[in-house]
Design a protein around this ligand. Structure first.
Ligand code: NAD
Ligand code: 0WE
Length: 263
């Protein structure tokens, strides 16, 4: 029996089979969890449906949810509540900034609108989902968000998304403090760079993967399977003593203060 047997988990953020959220879904299913999913828009519905099917999940537990809409967020939990009497796990694997924010110098590229959109979708949405899910959460529930080290250290071109991830990580701590007394744990995984849809078309992304391959202690990038396995642990009762924490799954890149060329 898997270590998530009996757990009911909602996964927000699948856009393709390569999504980090898909790696998380895969690990959760392998460990015996029952899954429900949201999809951002109709264009993505069939992809999420295919994943749910492949993982042997109930394909009626798919709900539209653009996280900029309070109505859509509330409808997810209203409808989920018709099938499930509780929610053990909520996964937030969502991030977005208008594309032009992710190129060029920070000072030059940042705009009030770019700031507002990136923070709304990438950080506020975690609080909004937690708030709306709260009535369904139990005293053994877990919430997990996906972050990136540019929240803490500067990464070229990540720009306003770095600020949004800093806000997201702080949100994890405030939620952990606020919901801890109810037995709800809240954590984040800080993943290394992975080639997903969100990475497609980002200028210099290949260089970032190369950086991980040369500068990380493990001399490689990480996979969505590795992030999924850590997510399964953090959202299971095996991690019952862990909350408010950001766990790196990045082959160790973040520990390096300096590296030298190697051949
Ligand atoms: P992805 O493109 O597969 O997933 C991003 C998801 O965000 C998509 O499912 C998309 O539908 C969703 N999304 C965007 N705007 C939305 C909105 N308004 N409403 C609802 N959903 C919305 O890419 P990914 O790399 O799997 O990203 C998942 C998470 O992991 C993000 O938080 C990202 O910042 C984080 N992350 C990614 C990497 C990486 O290198 N790929 C590294 C560290 C952290
Ligand atoms: O969080 C991310 C990606 C977030 C992201 C990606 C896009 C691409 C499409 C947010 N918004 C958008 N908007 C779009 O229009 N990562 C951690 C992956 C990533 O993105 C980078 C990185 C890394 C790593 C952008 C610049 C520099 C490094």
């Amino acid at each position: 029996m898997g270590f998530m047997a009996g757990k009911k988990a909602l996964i927000v953020g699948v856009a393709s089979e390569r999504s980090i959220a898909a790696g998380i879904a895969e690990a959760f299913a392998r460990e015996g969890a029952e899954l429900a999913f949201t999809y951002q828009n109709d264009k993505l519905k069939s992809r999420v449906e295919k994943l749910a099917e492949r993982l042997g999940q109930d394909t009626s537990l798919l709900f539209p949810c653009d996280v900029t809409s309070d109505e859509e967020i509330d409808a997810v939990f209203e409808n989920l509540g018709k099938s499930w009497d509780k929610l053990d796990v909520l996964v937030h694997s969502v991030g977005f900034a208008p594309r032009e924010q992710l190129a060029g110098g920070f000072t030059e590229s940042i705009t009030r609108e770019g700031y507002a959109i990136s923070h709304d979708i990438s950080a506020y949405s975690l609080a909004a989902l937690a708030k709306s899910a709260l009535p369904m959460l139990s005293d053994q529930s877990a919430i997990l968000a996906l972050t990136y080290n540019a929240a803490v250290q500067v990464v070229p071109n990540y720009n306003v998304m770095g600020l949004a991830k800093a806000s997201l990580e702080s949100c994890v701590r405030f939620l952990a403090s606020d919901l801890g007394p109810r037995g709800v744990r809240v954590n984040a995984i800080s993943a290394g760079a992975i080639k997903t849809l969100a990475a497609a078309g980002i200028s210099g992304f290949r260089k970032m993967l190369h950086y991980a391959e040369t500068a990380s202690p493990l001399r490689r990038t990480v996979t969505i399977e590795e992030v999924g396995n850590t997510a399964a642990f953090l959202c299971s009762d095996l991690a019952s003593g862990i909350t408010g924490e950001t766990t790196f799954v990045d082959a160790g890149v973040n520990i390096m203060g300096m590296t030298f060329d190697e051949d």
